[in-house]
Design a protein around this ligand. Structure first.
Ligand code: G3P
Ligand code: MG
Length: 243
């Protein structure tokens, strides 16, 4: 199976992260998948934005949890990157799932519930995936491992994976215990030994956020299952060259 190139927040080097423009660009550049971040609005709508607040990537301010979906829709989520993108909005998860209907992209839905606890975010996201028939296209990940363990308790058929930026002694045993499909690790944790150990335990390895050609080449060489990058065009090119 060839490595999956996930566009991290879409093609986020060139286009404003987590906008439809960034997802469109990633698709045009040949990415195999989209990684995106989900937070919940005040009225419980799952939306795609990395930060807990609107401050960095829109012309608004405040916590996503304190703003309604309609309030968020009035914000410009593109101009901070370039005036060309001034009509970009914060997409609802619904919008991405509908967009993917006629595409065959894998979705890596990261629940951003490690700093803020969003009640029932797991149920809300799983229901959306079912409604849009995206269950087989998706893996859910999170730095909040209690939340990922909850997916096991829910007996969902959707794939899920622990996400970590830190060395964890029990990463593989815990992943097995909660029936996760893989591990999503920060690049600096990557080693041949970890890939070997994960593979032996039937777990796949995805690595983020890998943008430099030398680092991308290492991920390709070590036989990882997936690579998460801001520059899908570069990763796709390097992947083709190593075939
Ligand atoms: O899912 C991998 C990566 O996106 C996790 O970190 O902060 O970029 O969401 P962050
Ligand atoms: Mg993310």
């Amino acid at each position: 199976m060839s490595i999956i190139i996930y566009a991290h927040r879409g093609a986020s080097k060139q286009a404003p992260e987590n906008t439809m423009a960034a997802f469109d660009l990633a698709y045009d550049q040949g990415a195999n998948g989209i990684e995106t971040d989900v937070q919940l609005t005040k009225d419980g709508i799952p939306v795609l934005i990395h930060d807990e607040t609107a401050d960095r990537t829109t012309n608004g301010t405040g916590y996503i949890k304190d703003l309604t979906y309609q309030e968020l829709q009035s914000l410009d989520a593109g101009s901070w990157k370039s005036p060309v993108y001034s009509d970009s909005k914060i997409p609802a998860l619904d919008e991405l799932l509908a967009w993917n209907k006629d595409k065959d992209l894998k979705l890596n839905i990261e629940l951003k519930n490690n700093l803020i606890s969003y009640p029932d975010i797991e149920e809300i996201v799983c229901e959306k995936l079912q409604q849009h028939k995206m269950v087989e296209h998706t893996v859910i990940s999170s730095f909040n491992h209690t939340s990922i363990a909850k997916l096991d308790k829910m007996k969902t058929t959707i794939d899920y994976a622990l996400l970590t930026s830190k060395q964890m002694k029990n990463l593989i045993p815990f992943s097995k215990e909660i029936n996760a499909k893989g591990i999503h690790i920060r690049y600096r944790l990557l080693s041949y030994r970890l890939v070997e150990n994960a593979t032996k335990n039937n777990l796949y390895v995805a690595v983020y956020t890998v943008n430099h050609p030398i680092l991308i080449a290492k991920v390709l060489r070590l036989g990882c299952h997936a690579l998460i990058t801001d520059v899908p065009n570069l990763a796709v090119k390097l992947k083709q060259q190593t075939k």
